[in-house]
Design a binder for this molecule. Structure first.
Ligand code: AMP
Ligand code: ZN
Length: 492
């Protein structure tokens, strides 16, 4: 079975396979690094991560390119206000972006391409477009793309552009008007602005040309897949297609994937609405990175997702259930043999998981059979009906699940610790959940030492000391669970 993914361009589910049978070439629009990303941005990156991980699990190699837009109007404005060169200004947000991706367990694309490092490729592409008669230069030295030169304009977003005015221009990168305009390929330098001296004049690239040039640089003139959030469909991706196909006379990306928005009370989470949370905001409220990952990927990419704190609490519980189950399964003292029902359950869970993801990456439907298996196996273990061959059948299902979802290893302490450090350094410690500060005052080694001391105290029948240690740990947000397999602990 192969993955069938909705293709915005064709309006249907299309099989997604490498054209040359080797690696699938994919381009994903990356961040504009003028500020910290919010979790709406990360929803898109996480869904692309689910896609690339699932492709790899299914045996398809990927060549994934993501750009970083490190020059644009907002960056130039903010860097100017901060009195910094743009490279210095963007560095803090580039670093933060990669830190956040790591915290959320988003795999690094094979290639990260920065706009400022690909100016020659952009200039060359503009020259090609001009040679094809579709670019023109205006009085101030800026270059525009002539929409009238590309009759297929609108084929991705399916907008009716019949009323298009020839020669009407727009020089901002983002615009929402239905009536399309000739858009800027190259913006002439304004006094004091960052610019590059090139054969087409002194200036800087428009946003759209960046992605066309960098995608072609690393993936060729035609490639399999282009991804981004739904807001990029028009005008950004429409413009990418127009520029690229005018220059090459070849289809640009064959398949277009658009991730629907993360919403807050029905409105797009965005900087301009002021209704956003960054990853650090949530970590400092005491939510774990893994719970944020699950909350953002458990709703399939083609459905808008309304953000709520309840969904983070649900995700926390779900992860807890999975991790506890796996620890129990591994630690359990079980006899040789097999339970045919569990063998069947494991097979069905695996099949259900793959079928759901093959069906347009339906993450919600993929989770259901895994939790069903956990329920069945827990019940079997309670009744002494889970045997060694069952464990051997169930662990690989969890392995496949985790190759995509990546939640089972507890790596949550580090992102939280880093967020706290950042809060201290930036004077925001007052916003931090108090139990988080208390919990962080104990390192993992401290906790282990106290747990060992408590076990020894209990053995020596010094229950007063054992209880005092439990109380101290609880106060610092560490919960102990006594089981017949020993003591487990976790942070609240
Ligand atoms: P930006 O840094 O604004 O260029 O956005 C980076 C990525 O995040 C793009 O693919 C956007 O489409 C996507 N994006 C922005 N806001 C949201 C949102 N509320 N939900 C999902 N994706 C978003
Ligand atoms: Zn782009």
């Amino acid at each position: 079975m192969t993955l069938r993914l909705f293709n915005t361009l064709t309006g249907q589910l299309d099989a997604l396979e490498p054209a040359d049978g080797t690696a699938l070439r994919m381009y994903a629009c990356g961040p504009t690094v003028y500020d910290f990303g919010h979790i709406g941005n990360f929803r898109t990156f996480l869904q692309v991560d689910v896609l690339r991980r699932f492709l790899k699990l299914s045996g398809t190699a990927v060549r994934h390119v993501m750009n970083i837009t490190d020059v644009d109007d907002k960056i130039i404005r903010n860097a100017g206000a901060a009195g910094l060169p743009i490279g210095e200004y963007t560095k803090q947000y580039v670093d933060a972006f990669f830190e956040d991706l790591e915290a959320l367990r988003v795999e690094r694309p094979e290639t990260i391409a920065r706009a400022t490092e690909h100016i020659p490729q952009m200039v060359a592409l503009i020259e090609r477009i001009a040679a094809a008669g579709a670019a023109y230069k205006v009085e101030d030295g800026s270059w525009y793309f002539r929409l009238a030169a590309f009759p297929e304009y609108g084929k991705l977003s399916k907008k009716d552009l019949s009323g298009m005015e020839d020669g009407a221009r727009v020089d901002v990168d983002e615009y929402e008007k239905d009536s399309a305009r000739d858009f800027a390929l190259w913006k002439a330098a304004k006094p004091g602005e960052t610019s590059w001296d090139t054969v087409i004049g002194r200036g800087r690239p428009g946003w759209h040309i960046e992605c066309s040039a960098m995608a072609m640089e690393y993936l060729g003139e035609s490639f399999e897949l282009h991804c981004g959030g739904e807001d990029l469909m028009f005008p950004h991706h429409e413009n990418e297609i127009a520029q690229s196909e005018t220059a090459t006379h070849k289809p640009f990306a064959r398949h277009w994937m658009h991730v629907r928005f993360l919403l807050v009370d029905g409105r797009k989470m965005s900087k301009s609405e002021g209704n956003f949370y960054t990853l650090r905001d949530l970590l400092l409220k005491g939510f774990k990175a893994s719970a944020i990952r699950l909350a953002l990927i458990s709703v399939p990419y083609r459905r808008p997702l309304n953000f709520t704190f309840d969904s983070l609490a649900d995700a926390t519980n779900a992860i807890d259930r999975l991790r506890t189950f796996r620890a129990r399964l591994i630690a359990a003292d079980i006899a040789a043999g097999e339970n045919p029902q569990l063998q069947e359950a494991a097979k069905n869970a695996r099949a259900g998981f793959f079928a759901a993801l093959n069906n347009d990456l339906n993450t919600a439907d993929a989770l259901a059979p895994v939790f069903e298996l956990v329920r069945a196996a827990n019940a079997a273990m309670d009744g002494g009906q889970l045997f060694a061959a069952d464990r051997d059948a169930i662990l690989p299902v969890l392995g496949d699940f985790d190759a995509v979802f990546d939640l089972l290893e507890d790596r949550d302490a580090e992102p939280t610790r880093r967020a706290l450090e950042w809060a201290k350094a930036s004077g925001r410690i007052g916003e931090v959940a108090p139990e988080l500060i208390a919990a962080q005052s104990l390192s993992d080694a401290d906790v282990e030492a106290l747990v060992a001391e408590r076990t020894a105290a209990k053995k020596a029948r010094n229950f007063a000391r054992a209880d005092a240690i439990r109380a101290e740990l609880a106060e610092k947000g560490v919960i102990l669970e006594d089981s017949k397999d020993g003591v487990r602990w976790k942070r609240k």
